[in-house]
Design a protein around this ligand. Structure first.
Ligand code: SAM
Length: 325
């Protein structure tokens, strides 16, 4: 598509004439063609200052991604089980990896079945400044969001796929990752509570930490097979609770009861190897029965029901572990 087919509004860089025909939908439009003409919003200045003040100390790092089911709210509880003497930190259901970024272990394995997510982490690890620059150049408005969402990721470079992933993650409804039957991301724009792109300093600090991690795409079983004596394993699978409206579709396939049973088999194996684990999950009969041989602690947390902020309520979650604290 010739650049002349894209025009901008006076302030907001509103995309008015892009993607007119079916043919054009698959044309490789450079991301800079969607760039905003205005400066980044001042909201981005605040966090940058506080993160700069934090410097390179071990102050906890906030994830780059928003993620449905993130355990940010119970990080202090989870952190009680951590000890830097563990040889490796292993997280096979990484998502936004909130605990990893908060603890900053020296060596880690991060896995997720979501290949777009892991691929994006790899690009952020290697080119944090470039990713930040490219994402902040794209206008934040509904038209642009849907134009970016429409782009076929398989026709983009790894770098532009990562930029698209970050952009959609920050501005989509509630940080949800959901795809249609064709595997295409289909979460709507967050009209009422749009996110912001985190400051560049956060991208840099996340990149530094990601350099310590072995990043793997795939099923949790592949990562858990590699667990060794002395490892610390954090398990945060999607919830399989039929009786509640818990958002649990992260990929083309749901996490099922048989996955939970399979997870238990892996937990038995990693405990037998001499590794330590914590599992966070919804407090439900299934998990209490399946993991009854280990310690259990109930945690109260405020959650959005089915992803809706208006339906916040206190939910019970459990932490299951073989660690004595
Ligand atoms: C509750 S989220 C993890 C949230 C994470 N603790 C955080 O801080 O954001 C669960 C994650 O498991 C991933 N997942 C789902 N099924 C999986 C599987 N079979 N193997 C590995 N990862 C899987 C999803 O893509 C999702 O990112």
């Amino acid at each position: 598509m010739p650049p002349s087919e894209i025009s901008y509004g006076f302030k907001g860089a509103i995309l008015t004439a892009a993607l007119r025909t079916k043919e054009h939908n698959s044309v490789n439009i450079p991301f800079f063609a969607l760039a905003r003409l205005t400066k980044p919003r001042s909201r981005q200045g605040g966090p940058l200052m506080s993160e700069q003040l934090a410097g390179t100390s071990a102050a906890p790092v906030t994830p780059v991604f928003r993620w449905a089911g993130s355990k940010r709210k119970i990080l202090p509880t989870l952190a009680e089980y951590w000890n830097p003497k563990y040889s490796r930190y292993v997280e096979p259901f990484a998502g936004s990896a909130a605990l990893f970024f908060s603890l900053q272990p020296d060596r880690a394995v991060l896995g997720d079945v979501n290949s777009d997510l892991i691929d994006a982490y790899k690009v952020i690890r290697d080119r944090p400044d470039d990713v930040h620059r490219a994402v902040t150049k794209i206008a934040r408005n509904s038209d642009t969001y849907y134009a970016v969402r429409k782009r076929n990721p398989s026709r983009l470079s790894a770098f532009n796929r990562a930029v698209r992933f970050v952009y959609l993650n920050r501005y989509c409804f509630n940080g949800i990752y959901r795809t249609n039957n064709d595997g295409h991301f289909n979460v709507p724009y967050a009209h009422t509570k749009p996110g912001v792109v985190p400051p560049i300093e956060r991208f840099r600090r996340c990149a530094t930490l990601l350099q310590r991690a072995d990043l793997r795409v795939g099923d949790f079983g592949n990562v858990l097979k590699t667990v060794r004596k002395g490892d610390f394993v954090y398990l945060d699978p999607p919830y399989v609770v039929e009786s509640r409206r818990v958002f649990r579709k992260y990929d083309e396939r749901d996490f099922s009861h048989s996955d939970l049973e399979r997870l238990k088999t892996h937990v038995v194996a990693i405990v037998n190897k001499g590794a330590s684990f914590i599992l966070s999950y919804a407090d439900c009969a299934e998990v209490r029965k399946l993991f009854s041989e280990w310690r259990m602690r109930r945690v109260r947390v405020r959650r959005n029901v089915a992803g809706f902020v208006s339906a916040r309520r206190l939910a019970n979650e459990v932490v299951v572990t073989n660690i004595d604290i």
